[in-house]
Design a protein around this ligand. Structure first.
Ligand code: NAD
Ligand code: TYD
Length: 364
């Protein structure tokens, strides 16, 4: 049985960003034990982690954030010294259809996790009886979104001081969870840190979000539904650069702080879609214009935020982080990954991925 210098509970590790964070930590820190806690909702896919699933410092726990008893069992069993919390309902369109699911997981689930961490970390030990701070060397890291800040006009950037102004049920639930995390810091002294990141893209992205959906639709020759006038702007970041930023904030971020993370990379949706079409045609050796012909303007998303853009100056100045790949490189790598992982994509679009846990894990 190897001994570990740290045990980190990562929630949502079977999802898109979480799987990159789990992979980075498992491979970069063999002396850390990584416990991946995930309910395996439609967005959780253990096939995102097949390359590291047998690593000696990796454990998977199928647990729902709403099950406080199971959360406490996991804490007691593994005694994590830190939490990196990514598990969430994450898709704005779904939040418009089913807001309560977002309240349950993102708000109630986060508070359940905060409660278990606070309770278990503050249990009296011999050290604490002698006056030590129960939260020494502990950290509750919440991974959040820039969408909590609302929408920008043509100019300006979100900073860490921008007031919260969420518009979608998704962003309202994430804003609420951020407030609870800070409240646990202020009220109980729980050491917390929050990062608010812009739109991610990259390998293992679930094909309901703009970039992977459109890649899949181009491959399968389906329409590309652009909402409204297509002039909505997002700031895109390659997911591996987000994982690198999380690693940095986890190890060097100031407790009690917030850091914005962004790609310095704003694109109007329609321009991004045209660039995606151009690269796809090139890689698929299609005649120029083949994919663009699939673009279809459709009814707008209700409450659609016009523009998001992040000022990532604080994390750059304090921790030296900046994106390592350009958007053209990142998008190219993403397309290449999807084209060479069509089995993964087929498994996700057919629903077959949802049986992987029963087939591979339930017996273990
Ligand atoms: P995702 O939807 O791909 O993955 C979410 C994961 O959480 C899934 O594995 C799912 O099974 C798990 N999960 C959901 N409900 C759960 C519950 N009740 N209990 C336990 N596990 C549950 O999401 P993502 O895009 O990887 O985002 C991860 C985190 O990063 C989220 O908190 C999201 O708000 C935040 N974020 C995402 C983006 C983005 O562009 N995707 C940008 C900034 C911040
Ligand atoms: P999305 O990937 O859902 O991320 P978010 O809503 O969290 O920013 O959407 C990115 C942008 O693309 C957003 O402005 C909505 C738009 N969009 C479309 O135009 N068509 C689509 O089919 C989807 C999923 C999104």
């Amino acid at each position: 049985m190897p001994s570990f210098t740290k045990t980190i509970l990562i929630t949502g590790g079977a999802g898109f960003i979480g799987s990159h964070v789990v992979r980075l930590f498992v491979t970069k820190y063999p002396d850390y034990r990584i416990v991946n806690l995930d309910a395996l909702t439609y967005a959780g896919n253990l096939q995102n982690l097949t390359d590291i699933e047998t690593a000696p410092n990796y454990v998977f726990e199928k647990v729902n954030l709403l099950d406080a008893t199971e959360l406490a069992r996991v804490f007691t069993q593994y005694q994590p010294d830190s939490v990196i919390h990514l598990a969430a309902e994450s898709h704005v369109d779904r939040s418009i259809l089913s807001p309560l699911d977002f309240v349950y997981t993102n708000v109630v689930g986060t508070v359940n996790l905060l409660n278990v961490a606070k309770t278990q970390w503050s249990q009296k030990t011999l050290r604490q009886a002698q006056g030590d701070n129960p939260f020494d060397n502990k950290l509750f890291y919440h991974v959040s979104t820039d969408e909590v800040y609302g929408a920008l006009g043509e100019t300006g950037l979100f900073t860490e001081e921008t007031p919260y102004d969420p518009h979608s049920p998704y962003s309202a639930s994430k804003a609420s969870s951020d407030h609870f995390v800070r409240a646990y810091g202020d009220t109980y002294g729980l050491p917390v840190v929050i990062t608010n990141c812009s739109n991610n893209y990259g390998p293992y992205h679930f094909p309901e979000k703009l970039i992977p959906l459109f890649i899949n639709n181009i491959i399968t020759k389906k329409p590309l539904p652009v909402y409204g006038d297509g002039q909505y702007t997002r700031d895109w970041l390659f997911v591996k650069d987000h994982a690198i930023a999380i690693d940095l904030v986890f190890h060097k971020g100031k407790k009690g702080s917030t850091y914005n993370i962004g790609g310095f990379n704003e694109w109007k949706n329609i321009d991004l879609v045209k660039e995606l079409c151009r690269q796809m045609d090139e890689k698929l050796e299609n005649p120029v214009g083949t994919s663009e012909a699939l673009i279809t303007y459709v009814k707008d998303r209700p409450g659609h935020d016009r523009r998001y853009a992040i000022d990532a100056g604080k994390i750059n100045k304090e921790l030296g982080w900046e994106p390592s790949v350009t958007f053209e490189e990142g998008l190219g790598q993403t397309i290449d990954w999807f084209l060479s992982n069509e089995e993964w994509l087929k498994g996700v679009t057919s629903g077959a991925y949802q049986h992987y846990y029963e087939e591979q894990y339930a017996e273990r």
